[in-house]
Design a binder for this molecule. Structure first.
Ligand SMILES: [Zn+2]
Length: 405
């Protein structure tokens, strides 16, 4: 059995320990000592990090009563030797804050609002608490945050206690223990008691701050997401920076940010409609200009041109605007700085199929796309090939129309 110093004194950062066993398994070393400061993963809390005799500990697991440390390299010791253990204290302390914060939030949920905790996860950037409720209101979250903050400010002691089965009935446990026999219980002053094997800070004041940052529905239950301790303080700093930057960018005090953003979004929507209208007018003009330059072959007008535009997406307006009152075969490649789009449309009852010729000419513009009578369209990436593409299409249309007689 390994002596668990992380339980008897969670603030012990380093210790000497005697090696009980050292084995190589699947290329990594498994080290067991008579005592350890390393908390093994469990109860939603991740394993501790740190070093043993200078070698990084990559994982810590509980195996029955024994704590197994996993090392990538041989720690240069043998059973019976003494090794020195040292924790990554910043990592450990952060998770002590997370775990204690989570107990306090779950306690307030349960004792003040009757909300049960189904599962918890202490993640790398936030903690989540899945509740047994399908709805939780903004007011309930605010009430929880306020009550939690009162508990933090009153700096209640957080202690552990080992309780036998017989003593269990005398204690108001927040949830049933998952193991039989003697159970370790974490007490938060006289406010809460819950079975737990994790590592906690010594008093509620050390949790410093908690803030619910979001909530979501999962498996029909509300899962709440929390920033706890240093993370909550860092999050508050980040939000303040964002607010200040928005305030400067929009030239409004912070209580005017929302209404200014609403105005900007409405303006954007209006401008978008205006741009669409202008693009449509431009497309009509471009089609008219190209049709005027059209070549006439067997009573059919042929247009096949490459044009430079500021935004190639204007081509999406063209297919709907092609004139329907005379026979026309229309091929256009629109090139802007960002993209290349192509369109072929046939109107006025001309029977012609571009599927075969497109296979031949699309590689010239490294193009993709297709379609079926009377419309083919797509995009390309090789603008240098655009003139050759439209020239070949024009020649093919001319030959096709001449040959059909
Ligand atoms: Zn716990």
């Amino acid at each position: 059995m390994t002596e668990k110093l992380f339980h008897s004194n969670p603030y012990e950062i380093c210790t000497d320990a005697k090696v009980v066993s050292l084995e190589k398994k699947h290329g990594i070393w498994e080290l067991v000592c008579d005592r350890t400061v390393f908390y093994p993963e469990g109860g939603g809390q991740p394993a501790d990090r740190g070093t043993i005799s200078g070698i990084p500990v990559i994982d810590v697991r509980k195996r029955g009563d024994v704590v197994v440390h996993t090392l990538e390299l041989h720690p240069q010791c043998n059973p019976g030797d003494t090794v020195s253990m040292e924790l990554d204290w910043n990592h450990r302390y952060e998770y002590m804050q997370q775990h204690s914060g989570q107990h306090i939030i779950s306690a307030v949920f349960y004792r003040a609002l009757g909300i049960g905790t189904l599962s918890v996860h202490l993640g790398e950037s936030y903690a989540t608490i899945e509740t047994d409720r399908s709805e939780i209101t903004d007011g309930e979250i605010s009430q929880t945050e306020d009550l939690v903050q009162e508990i933090l400010c009153s700096n209640m002691p957080i202690t552990d206690q080992y309780i036998s089965q017989e003593e269990m009935d005398d204690i108001d446990l927040r949830r049933e223990p998952q193991v039989a026999g003697t159970v370790r219980v974490i007490r938060i002053g006289g406010y809460d008691a819950a079975p737990c094997g994790g590592v906690h800070v010594g008093s509620t004041g050390e949790v410093r701050l908690v803030k619910c940052i979001s909530r979501e529905k999962i498996r029909g239950h509300v899962r709440t997401v929390w920033k706890i301790g240093q993370r909550a303080a860092a999050d508050y700093r980040e939000l303040t920076d964002i607010t200040l930057q928005l305030s400067t960018l929009l030239s409004v005090p912070r209580d005017g940010i929302i209404s200014r953003v609403e105005t900007v979004l409405e303006d954007q929507k209006r401008l978008q409609l205006h741009i669409q209208h202008l693009e449509s007018s431009l497309a009509v003009n471009l089609i008219a200009q190209m049709s005027n330059r059209a070549e006439l072959v067997d009573h059919v007008r042929i247009v096949s041109e490459t044009i430079q535009v500021s935004d190639a997406s204007i081509i999406r307006h063209m297919n709907a605007l092609l004139p329907q009152d005379y026979p026309l075969v229309f091929c256009c490649v629109c090139i802007s700085e960002q993209s290349l789009r192509w369109l072929i449309g046939v109107t006025g009852g001309v029977q012609i199929d571009f599927s075969a010729i497109l296979k031949e000419v699309l590689p010239i513009i490294e193009g993709k796309g297709g379609g079926r009578y009377p419309l083919w369209q797509g995009a390309g990436t090789r603008a240098e090939g655009a003139e050759e593409f439209t020239r070949k299409i024009r020649r093919w249309i001319r030959q096709y129309l001449t040959a059909r007689n």
